[in-house]
Design a protein around this ligand. Structure first.
Ligand SMILES: [Fe+2]
Ligand SMILES: [Fe+2]
Length: 297
C-alpha cells in the first residue's frame, strides 16, 4: 500500500538528498596537482635543477605562479629570478615547495563571477594568510613539520568553496543571525546542511590523498582536540586560522586583540603573548604580498 510521506519524512528525505548532492559536488573537484610532491621527491634525492624545472613546467599555471610568487617580498623579492630554472636554483627548497603548493591550490578558490567569485577570493585570501601565519609560527617554534602545517593551513577552509553555494540557498539569512549572536558557523552548517566545512574539507583532502595528519587537521581545525591523527598539526592550524582572521580584521580597521594566554591550544603549543605579537607583526607585513598572490596565481 502506498501512503503519503509525513512532513518529518519529507524533511529527512530532503536532507539526505541535499547531503548526497553536496558530497557529489565536492567529488567533482579535479584532483590536486602532484607537482609539489614530485618536486619535493626530486629535491630529496638532489636531482639536477633542469629535472625539477621540467616537472614545474609540466603545469604552465604552476610555472607562472612560481615566477610571480618567487619575486614577491615575502619570498625575498628576488629581482634576479627571471625563469623557472632561476626559481629552482635561487629559492630555498622548502620555500619552493610552499610556492608550488600555493600555485596549485589557487584554482580551487576561483568562482564563476559575481558574488561567488568575491566569496571565494575572500576564502583564498584568508587561506594564504593562514598558511603564511603557519609558516612563521612553525619557524619560530622550530617545528620539524613546517611543510605539513603550511599545507593543512592553506587547505583548511577548502570545504567552504563547495558549501558556499548551498549556504547561499539554504542559510544565508541565518548566518547573519548567527553572526549577530556569536553562534559558531560550523554548528549552523551542520544543522542546516548535514555537514560543515571542516568535515567536507576532510573528505576532499582524503580524496586528494593528502597525508592523514593533513586530512585530520583540516577536518578538526575548529576543534583540534578531536583530531585523530597528530592533534599537534591540528592545533597549529587552529592557531594559524585565529591569527590570520585577526590580521584580516586589523587590516579592515576592526581592531582585534588576541589572548594567547587564554587559548588552550596557544598555551599547549608554547605560543606566548610575545611570540604572538611578533608573528602578527610579520604576518601583517606579509599581507600586501598576499594580495600579490591573489592576482598572480
Ligand atoms: Fe574554518
Ligand atoms: Fe579559516
Amino acid at each position: 500500500m502506498i501512503r503519503d510521506l509525513d512532513e518529518g519524512e519529507i524533511r529527512a528525505l530532503h536532507f539526505e538528498l541535499l547531503l548526497k548532492d553536496i558530497i557529489a559536488t565536492a567529488e567533482r573537484l579535479p584532483p590536486f596537482p602532484d607537482v609539489a610532491w614530485k618536486v619535493a621527491a626530486l629535491i630529496r634525492k638532489s636531482a639536477p635543477a633542469k629535472e625539477i624545472e621540467a616537472v614545474i613546467r609540466s603545469d604552465p599555471r604552476i610555472a607562472a605562479g612560481v615566477l610571480t610568487l618567487g619575486q614577491s617580498g615575502h619570498y625575498g623579492r628576488n629581482a634576479r629570478l627571471g625563469s623557472v630554472e632561476d626559481a629552482v636554483v635561487l629559492l630555498e627548497s622548502g620555500k619552493l615547495v610552499e610556492i608550488i603548493l600555493s600555485a596549485s591550490a589557487s584554482r580551487y578558490f576561483e568562482g564563476e563571477g559575481g558574488e561567488q567569485e568575491m566569496k571565494h577570493t575572500e576564502v583564498w585570501k584568508h587561506s594564504v594568510a593562514a598558511a603564511v601565519a603557519a609558516e612563521i609560527t612553525a619557524r619560530k617554534l622550530k617545528d620539524r613539520k613546517a611543510l605539513t602545517v603550511f599545507t593543512a593551513s592553506l587547505l583548511h577552509d577548502i570545504g567552504k568553496t563547495v558549501l558556499d553555494l548551498y549556504k547561499k540557498i539554504y542559510i544565508d539569512s541565518r548566518i547573519c543571525e548567527a553572526a549577530r549572536e556569536n553562534a559558531p558557523l560550523i554548528d549552523l552548517e551542520s544543522t542546516a546542511l548535514g555537514i560543515n566545512h571542516q568535515e567536507l574539507g576532510e573528505h576532499i583532502c582524503r580524496r586528494w590523498r593528502f597525508p592523514p595528519e593533513v586530512v585530520s587537521a583540516v577536518g578538526n581545525h575548529h576543534c583540534p582536540q578531536k583530531a585523530a591523527s597528530d592533534p599537534h598539526i591540528a592545533a597549529m592550524v587552529h592557531a594559524a586560522n585565529v591569527m590570520a582572521r585577526a590580521a584580516e580584521k586589523n587590516r579592515d580597521k576592526e581592531s582585534v586583540t588576541l589572548e594567547p594566554a587564554r587559548d588552550p591550544f596557544f598555551i599547549r603549543l608554547g605560543i606566548s603573548e610575545k611570540m604572538t605579537a611578533e608573528i602578527m607583526e610579520e604576518l601583517e607585513l606579509a599581507m600586501d604580498d598576499i594580495h600579490l598572490f591573489l592576482v598572480s596565481c
